[in-house]
Write a new protein. Structure first.
Lengths: 131, 404
């Protein structure tokens, strides 16, 4: 079973999260630069004369497709790396994924999300075929 | 004819021309990313539009043979008789054509200043028509009153070295009138309308400062001590107003970059009428007072929910009103023997003349602009449609994108 993790995190935490994920062997990911707000609300910026409120703040959305058995470890890794304890740390969403197809090889499912040196190889759960 | 003067005035011409693209950048950085090209064009187009208007008849209306102190005749239309020889009235040591070219650059940038009032929503066709009418009905007559031989304010002895009344008060109060007619941008006051690129604005402000040396020091029309004094007063007022604005911004939170750049421009606008008549130390006072005046005018305007979008009224209208009045306080013939003394040098009469000129310019430019804008609004409409405004004027008016 494949899952998609969408983690919305602080801009300044993107490198910490990426490094922590690489450490545990989450190799494939991509990010969106997004804007939004949750409980944090917004911040006041200084304008020409006085300040103004901005309610849509820049955030980073990290997208990862992975096997279900790696999900909990990945979620905990992201939480640990992205947490400051202040409002605005973000949210993690998990969705089921119908199918994944690697364009180059035509591999499908779990095979399509395995990479050389990834989390499954590190944990002895298999090896990417094209390594 | 003096070749030193001529050389300096050729350079000044180029410096003042630079101010229009500089203004385009200054304004262009402060709008949202969907209206950048539109905003740049609103300024830029004047190099073309007035470049033609001034040559055809604008210069003649402003500097042609006086008719009743109110307007120039058409004797210089098409630059007829505006030749390479000096002119006794305007340019004793440089070619008359060079004086006319220098004045053209002023006529180009002044209507461009007004565009800050109506960015992000003005219909380009109506804007072009308004601009031509404004140059003809406001700028050319006002320029004649203050600087034209026989102009009635000049006869009264008003001191306006480089265009506090003609350029900055006129632009500022016209901006206010136009903003009242066209109304606010869609969503103004509900969502913040953030400047999309403060670096562009900072670059624009810097280039404006450079160009202003030509604007003010060039207004001496000679490479002499008055020109150097004007350069120094210009620099001093911009520097002081920049520092004071920084402190005001700091007191309200942080020393904002946009605020510091704005303060510098406010200092430049304020000292313009005074630059060739006051000492650098007086220019420091002019800049220091201009900053809070403009700063709190902006706050007042914002609280009133009046969308005079880029604060032309606060930056140019208010700052230069103060500068023109201050000229009546600080002017001294020790700086410029062709000038006059102000109140602090024993001539209380000058302050009355200055106040009159300020009031006349405010009322004249406001009323004519209001009427012209209202007529255009009733006939062909001033605004783009709501959907065009939502999409942004870069695409809806010009069919282009700033950033692809």
């Amino acid at each position: 079973m494949l899952k998609k993790i969408e983690a919305i995190i602080r801009e300044d935490k993107v490198n910490d999260v990426k490094d922590a994920l690489m450490d545990i062997g989450i190799v494939g990911l991509n990010i969106f630069e997004i804007r939004g707000h949750g409980r944090q609300g917004g911040i006041r910026l200084v304008g020409r004369a006085g300040t103004y409120q901005v309610d849509m703040l820049p955030k980073i959305q990290v997208n990862i497709i992975l096997s279900e058995h790696n999900m909990e470890e990945t979620i905990q890794t992201i939480r640990k790396a992205a947490c400051t304890g202040e409002p605005g740390d973000g949210l993690i969403f998990v969705y089921p994924v119908e199918e994944v197809i690697r364009i180059r090889t035509g591999e499908r499912g779990q095979d399509a999300v395995m990479y050389p040196g990834d989390i499954d190889e590190k944990r002895g759960r298999g090896k990417a075929k094209d390594s | 004819m003096n070749s030193g003067d001529t050389a300096w005035m050729l350079v000044s011409c180029a410096l003042v021309l630079l101010m229009t693209p500089a203004l385009a950048l200054f304004y262009g950085g402060m709008v949202r990313r969907k209206n950048v090209l539109s905003t740049l064009t609103l300024s830029y187009i004047f190099m073309a539009l007035i470049g033609v208007q001034w040559l055809l008849y604008g210069y003649s209306l402003a500097f042609g043979t006086d008719i009743g102190g109110l307007i120039g005749g058409l004797n210089f239309a098409g630059f007829n008789g505006v030749d390479a020889l000096p002119n006794d009235d305007y340019s004793k040591t440089i070619p008359h054509s060079l004086f006319a070219a220098f004045q053209m650059m002023f006529a180009v940038i002044t209507p461009a200043l007004i565009t800050g009032a109506f960015v992000e929503r003005v219909n380009f066709k109506s804007f072009l028509l308004f601009s031509l009418l404004w140059a003809t009905l406001v700028y050319d007559p006002l320029c004649h009153w203050v600087w034209g031989q026989g102009g009635w304010l000049k006869q009264l002895g008003v001191l306006d070295f480089a265009g506090g009344t003609v350029v900055h008060i006129a632009a500022g109060f016209s901006a206010l009138a136009f903003a009242l007619v066209i109304g606010p941008r869609k969503g103004y006051g509900k969502a913040p309308m953030e400047p999309h690129s403060i670096p562009l604005t900072v670059l624009g402000a810097g280039l404006l400062w450079v160009g202003w040396f030509g604007f003010n020091a060039g207004s001496a029309l000679a490479a002499n001590g008055v020109a150097v004094n004007a350069l120094l007063t210009t620099n001093t007022s911009a520097a002081t107003a920049g520092l004071v604005w920084m402190m005001l911004s700091w007191l309200d939170g942080r020393p904002s970059t946009l605020g510091i750049a704005t303060g510098m421009v406010v200092g430049l606008a304020a000292v313009t009428p005074a630059s060739g008549f006051v000492t650098p130390l007086a220019a420091m006072v002019i800049g220091a007072v201009a900053a809070p005046l403009s700063y709190y005018t902006m706050r007042f305007r914002d609280r009133r929910k009046l969308d005079e979008s880029l604060d032309v009224w606060a930056c140019h209208g208010i700052a230069s009103s103060w500068g023109t009045i201050a000229t009546g306080l600080f002017a001294t013939v020790a700086v410029n023997s062709d000038g006059a003394n102000g109140l602090f040098f024993g001539n209380p009469k000058q302050i009355g003349i200055q106040l009159l000129a300020v009031a006349v310019t405010m009322i004249f430019s406001f009323v004519v602009t209001y009427v012209v804008a209202k007529l255009l609004d009733w006939s062909i409409g001033l605004r783009v449609t709501a959907i065009e405004e939502e999409v942004g004027l870069d695409i809806s008016s010009h069919g282009e994108r700033s950033y692809s």
